[in-house]
Design a binder for this molecule. Structure first.
Ligand code: F0G
Length: 468
C-alpha cells in the first residue's frame, strides 16, 4: 500500500544510501581518556605512531583501508600464483585497458612503486617537473631522480574558503612561464593529480585537462596522470562541469585518461584494494623500459610485487569503483561529514573533497604559530578527545628544503579526515563531528608542539614531539 501524501524517494537519495549491506564486521575497542593520553605520549605526539588498536575511528587515510566486496574476496581464491604470466595479470591488464584505456601496464606493489619507475625512466638531473600541487611521495621520487618539482596549480587552491568547483586546475600561465624560463627540453612531463590530495581532494576539470594537453603538445611535453583518485575526479566532472551531467562516470574516466600519455596508480584508493598499483603507458618503448626497471625494483613485469590474488582483487575492484551507485554514495558520504561540520561553524576547506574533509587549522587555531604545528596539534587533540585518528597536511608534511635547511613553505595548514571506502557508517561520522565541535569550543586552551625528532625523508611519518 502506498501512502499518497509521501513524495517518491528520488534517485538522489537512493544513490546517497550505502549500496551494500554488511556481511563481516571487525570489532572496535573504545578507550578511556587516560589510555589515550598514555598512548599518544608514547607515540611522541604523532598519531601515525599510535598502535591501530588504540584508535576508535581511523581517518588517517583512505589508502588501503577500504572494505573489499564479497566478489573481491571470492576473487582472492582465484589467485594464479604462477611466477610468470599469471592469468590474474591478464585480467588486470584487460580491466585497466577497458576502464583507463592505456595500452600497457606494469603492476607495482603500490603507487610509489610506479612513481619510482616513472621518475627513473623520464627524469634527468637538472630537469623540472611541473604539477598541480605536490604529493610527498611523488615529489620525493622526482627529487631522488634529480628533478625539481614546480607547482603550477591555480592560486585559488591555496584559499580554503574559495569554493570554486575545480580547485585542482592547472594555471596555464604558470605552466607556460616555466616552459619559457627553463625550456621544454628540461621538462620531461607535467604531472597531473586527479583529484589533488594536498589541495583537499579537489578535482581538475576536463576543459583544463584538455588545455594542458594542448599546451604540452605544442612543446612536446608528456602528460602523466596520478590516477589514484581519478574516478572521484570523474564523478566531480559529471556533477559540476557543463556538458557532462548525463555521461557515465566510467566514460568520463576514459576521456580523462585519453588526454594523458601515462599514469601512475595507487590501487589502494579508487580501486578498493588493500595493496597494489600500476604504471600504465601507451608508448611501446617506454613500456619496454618500465618492465625492465620493474625487474630491479618491483618484480617481473607480470606481477610487479603483487600476488596473483592481489591482481585479481584489484581487477574486480576497478569494475566496482566505476559503478554509478558506488561512486555517488562514496563521495556523498564524505560530503555528509562536511555538512555536519559546516552546520557547527567549523572552518573546513571548501568545497569538500572526494576522499576527505579537511579542517583549516589556521582558522581553527589562529593563536598557534605555524612553526608550532597547529594542524598537527589539532590532530593530536582529536585523538585525545575521542580516539579519532587524522593526519596533518601542512608545514610538517611539507618537509624541509635540502639546500637551505628551512621548513618548506606551506600555504595550507590542514588536518585531513580521510574516509575509508565502505568502512564507516553515518553514526561514526556523527561522532566525529561531535568530537570536533567539542575541541572547537575549547580551542583557545590549546598550545603548540615542539619537534624533538626529525627524520630526513617524509618526516611526518616518524617525527616526534613534545607539548608546549
Ligand atoms: N599519489 C597520491 C595522490 C596519493 O594520495 C598517494 C598516496 C600516492 C600517490 C602514493 O600511493 O601510497 O600507494 O604508494 N596517498 C596516501 C594518502 C598515502 O594517505 O593519501 P601509495
Amino acid at each position: 500500500m502506498s501512502d499518497e501524501r509521501m513524495p517518491p524517494i528520488n534517485d538522489e537519495l537512493l544513490y546517497s544510501v550505502e549500496p551494500y549491506k554488511i556481511k563481516v564486521v571487525e570489532p572496535l575497542r573504545a578507550t578511556t581518556l587516560i589510555e589515550r593520553k598514555v598512548a599518544i605520549e608514547t607515540a611522541g605526539y604523532n598519531p601515525i605512531l599510535l598502535r591501530a588498536e588504540d584508535v576508535f575511528i581511523d581517518l588517517l587515510t583512505d589508502s588501503g583501508t577500504g572494505a573489499m566486496s564479497d566478489r573481491q574476496w571470492a576473487g582472492m581464491m582465484l589467485g594464479d600464483e604462477a611466477y610468470a604470466g599469471s592469468k590474474n595479470f591478464y585480467h588486470l591488464q584487460a580491466t585497466v585497458r577497458e576502464h583507463y584505456g592505456y595500452r600497457h601496464i606494469v603492476p607495482t606493489h603500490q603507487g610509489r612503486g610506479a612513481e619510482h619507475i616513472l621518475s627513473q625512466m623520464l627524469i634527468k638531473p637538472g630537469d623540472y617537473v611541473p604539477g598541480n600541487m605536490y604529493f610527498p611521495s611523488t615529489r620525493l621520487h622526482q627529487e631522488l631522480a634529480g628533478g625539481t618539482f614546480v607547482d603550477v596549480i591555480v592560486d585559488g587552491s591555496y584559499d580554503p574558503a574559495n569554493s570554486m568547483p575545480f580547485k585542482g586546475n592547472v594555471d596555464l600561465a604558470k605552466f607556460d612561464a616555466l616552459i619559457a624560463r627553463v625550456g621544454a627540453e628540461r621538462i620531461p612531463y607535467i604531472s597531473l593529480a586527479a583529484t589533488v590530495n594536498m589541495a583537499g581532494g579537489q578535482p581538475i576539470s576536463m576543459a583544463n585537462l584538455r588545455a594542458v594537453r594542448e599546451l604540452a603538445d605544442a612543446h612536446g611535453i608528456r602528460v602523466v596522470l596520478d590516477a589514484a583518485r581519478a574516478v572521484e575526479n570523474a564523478y566531480f566532472i559529471q556533477q559540476r562541469e557543463d556538458g557532462h551531467r548525463h555521461k557515465r562516470v566510467a566514460d568520463i574516466l576514459l576521456a580523462m585518461c585519453a588526454l594523458t600519455d601515462a599514469s601512475t596508480m595507487s590501487g589502494k584508493k579508487d580501486a578498493l584494494v588493500n595493496i597494489g598499483g600500476w604504471l600504465a603507458v601507451n608508448d611501446d618503448a617506454l613500456y619496454e623500459q618500465a618492465s625492465n626497471l620493474a625487474l630491479a625494483y618491483e618484480g617481473l613485469h607480470t606481477y610487479g610485487g603483487l600476488a596473483g590474488r592481489d591482481m585479481e582483487a584489484m581487477a574486480l575492484g576497478i569494475r566496482e569503483s566505476v559503478q554509478e551507485e558506488h561512486i555517488h554514495a562514496r563521495v556523498r558520504q564524505v560530503e555528509y561529514l562536511g555538512e555536519k561540520l559546516r552546520e557547527r561553524g567549523i572552518p573546513i576547506v571548501e568545497p569538500v573533497g572526494g576522499h576527505a574533509v579537511y579542517l583549516d587549522a589556521r582558522r581553527f587555531l589562529p593563536h598557534i604559530e605555524q612553526t608550532e604545528f597547529p594542524a598537527h596539534r589539532l590532530a593530536v587533540e582529536l585523538y585525545m578527545e575521542a580516539g579519532i585518528r587524522s593526519v596533518e597536511r601542512g608545514i610538517l608534511s611539507a618537509g624541509r628544503n635540502a639546500q637551505t635547511g628551512e621548513h618548506n613553505p606551506a600555504a595550507l595548514e590542514l588536518v585531513r579526515l580521510a574516509i575509508p571506502r565502505r568502512v564507516y557508517t553515518q553514526s561514526h561520522l556523527d561522532l566525529v563531528a561531535l568530537a570536533i565541535e567539542r575541541v572547537y569550543r575549547r580551542r583557545e586552551t590549546l598550545r603548540g608542539l615542539k619537534l624533538v625528532h626529525e627524520p630526513n625523508h617524509l618526516r611526518f611519518f616518524q617525527a616526534r614531539f613534545e607539548l608546549l
